[in-house]
Design a protein around this ligand. Sequence first.
Ligand SMILES: [Zn+2]
Length: 90
Amino acid sequence: MNDARQILGAAYKYAIDGAVKYGDCPMCKKSPVETVIKSLWLGPQGRILIDGWCRSCKFKRQQWVDTKEFPDAYDLAMSLRELRIEMSGR
Ligand SMILES: [Zn+2]
């Protein structure tokens, strides 16, 4: 969660809200429906993955923010990820 804030910086709220507030749910078919965030983590290819559930029917959902859309965020995401891999390899 802190990583996502660090990576996105000032764009955090805009980026995360954009991802979780305007999806549609395959289960209850509501659209748009908000995702309640359980956790955020740094995935491959500079993506920030959002695990959570549908606010309406509690169906599990996973969404993501592509950091390539945000200047600087992608570079930061990739260098953090490299650091993690390096540290776990020792
Ligand atoms: Zn739903």
